[in-house]
Design a protein around this ligand. Structure first.
Ligand code: NAD
Length: 477
């Protein structure tokens, strides 16, 4: 069993109460290790450490902070093998994917250091002998609450830009992936020049520790990624102290396959995204609307892709898809498959738990003959299950795509770029991908559309969320 401590004020700490939580290996269902289960007093300690570190870290020059960020990036690269292994053990990510994720996390720190150099003030012309300008300042202490679907990259995408612009942080990993978060803390702790308390990592149940972070008066901003349901609860916790909240929430992303779509090219992107990370991707396909003229071809090729995937132990370098992250999530995904079957969906391939060991596996699944109003089409499955719906020329594609409580992103595949471009303005989503899916460090992600979130994450838009534009007005007459 692995045993880890929390990282508070530059020291390794147990919970004051001594309580711990146990995490599991999703490939076997066996116990993997323990982490402290923090209480309110641990949250208070972490917040006060971050507050004490704030004047030190924010008072450093950008060049000084950037040196630390580059050291963190180098440390992540040096420790990527170990970090990838723990990601495989606790999250079920196949090794090569997990290693790539660690490289991506290192890049986030390098990119953020470079991007912070591009932040400039902004002068606003005013009459008379007065100078007015906007000064960008760090917001202060940020509370980060991380989801389990991509714990390492989600930590980096939040922490790196926040630190780059001078904030300090209290970060809570998802409880079921606490060891991954604490491994990240261990790597960061070795970065020379990072003041104690600039980054604090505390572990424990979301309902208590996450809520304590969101409601603490010493936290200036909450950065959260997770389900819309939890997001609403966090907004309620943050409301009494009127905190800014940057929220990356749920989605049920429509995929629109036009009659002239390049089916092979579309599946290279969509089927990969559907099954990579066991379908636990917020930007991935949620429901497919496929024109009747290419429906059979699309389904046959999708099913072939699914059948050829190697599913199993993530430490096996040939494995492409591991288990679901938890038994609870496995049951939820299987429940969606059962409900779709009961409502008339046809299982083309998969459709059940796949058990190469005792873990929380779901076979790569393709469901055909689904309808827009089925539960599996209306809700976020967040698993390796393709929900495919046939449409005809008489259907209003934009109306179908928009008929959802979510508005995260949409995928459009057509050789008629003009037709695809005309849809952009009609789709109520934060991102539209036409004939591709690409998310680089420079591109912002997230949306304030419907229940999918508030604000942006990543890119310069995301970095600026972690700054406060202060108005300065100087009369020099
Ligand atoms: P979740 O909402 O269950 O948990 C997310 C985090 O919140 C965890 O750290 C959890 O411990 C904590 N938490 C739980 N209850 C809390 C509470 N009451 N107060 C404060 N914190 C609490 O989400 P998840 O299941 O870990 O992640 C999957 C969800 O995340 C999906 O809905 C997915 O769409 C979404 N997601 C969105 C994006 C995006 O960019 N929009 C990215 C990744 C994941």
């Amino acid at each position: 069993m692995i045993e880890r401590k929390m990282y508070i004020a530059g020291e390794w700490a147990d919970a004051v109460s001594g309580a711990t939580l146990t995490t599991l290996n999703p490939s076997t269902g066996e116990e993997l290790g323990t982490a402290p289960s923090a209480g309110d007093e641990d949250v208070a300690r972490a917040v006060s450490a971050a507050r004490a570190a704030f004047p030190i870290w924010s008072g450093m020059t950008q060049a000084e902070r950037n040196k630390v960020l580059f050291r963190i990036a180098a440390l992540i690269r040096e420790n990527a093998d170990e970090m990838a292994k723990i990601e495989g053990l606790e999250h079920g990510t196949p090794y090569s994917d997990a290693f790539g994720v660690c490289m991506g996390a290192a890049e986030k720190f390098e990119w953020s250091a470079n991007a912070a150099l591009r932040i400039k003030g902004d002068e606003i012309p005013v009459p008379g002998d007065t100078l007015t300008f906007i000064k960008r300042e760090p917001v202060g202490v940020i509370g980060f609450i991380i989801p389990w679907n991509l714990p390492t990259i989600m930590t980096a995408v939040k922490l790196a830009p926040a630190l780059a612009v001078g904030n300090t942080c209290v970060l809570k990993p998802p409880s079921i992936n606490s060891l991954i978060g604490l491994k990240f803390a261990e790597v960061i702790s070795k970065a020379e020049g990072l003041p104690p308390g600039a980054v604090n990592v505390i572990t424990g149940p979301g309902g208590s520790v996450g809520a304590a972070i969101a409601s603490h008066p010493g936290i200036d901003l909450v950065g959260f990624t997770g389900s819309s349901e939890t997001g609403k609860s966090i907004l309620a916790s943050a409301a009494p102290t009127v905190k800014k909240c940057v929220m990356e929430l749920g989605g049920n992303n429509p995929v629109l396959i036009f009659p002239d779509a390049d089916i092979d090219a579309s599946l290279k992107v969509l089927a990969w995204r559907q099954f990579n990370n066991s379908g636990q991707h917020c930007s991935g396909p949620g429901r497919y609307y496929v024109h009747e003229s290419v429906y059979d071809e699309f389904i046959a090729k999708f099913a072939e892709y699914a059948r050829n995937l190697k599913v199993g132990d993530p430490s096996d370098r040939a494995v492409q898809m591991g288990p679901m992250v938890s038994r609870e999530h496995q049951s939820k995904v299987l429940g969606y498959i059962e409900s779709a079957k009961a409502e008339g969906a046809r299982v083309v391939t998969g459709g059940a738990a796949q058990v190469p060991g005792r873990g929380f596996f779901v076979a790569p699944t393709v469901l055909a003959d689904c309808t827009h109003n089925m539960k599996a089409a209306r809700e976020e499955i967040f698993g390796p299950v393709a929900v495919i719906i046939k449409y005809t020329d008489s259907d209003d594609l934009a109306a179908l795509a928009n008929d959802s409580e979510y508005g995260l992103c949409a995928h459009v595949w057509t050789r008629n770029i003009g037709a695809g471009m005309k849809l952009i303005g009609k789709l109520r989503v934060g991102a539209v991908f036409i004939n591709c899916q690409m998310l680089t460090n420079e591109q912002p992600w997230g949306t304030s559309v419907k229940e999918s979130g508030i604000g942006k994450e990543g890119g310069m838009y995301g970095m600026l969320e972690f700054t406060e534009p202060k108005l300065v007005c100087v009369n020099f007459a």
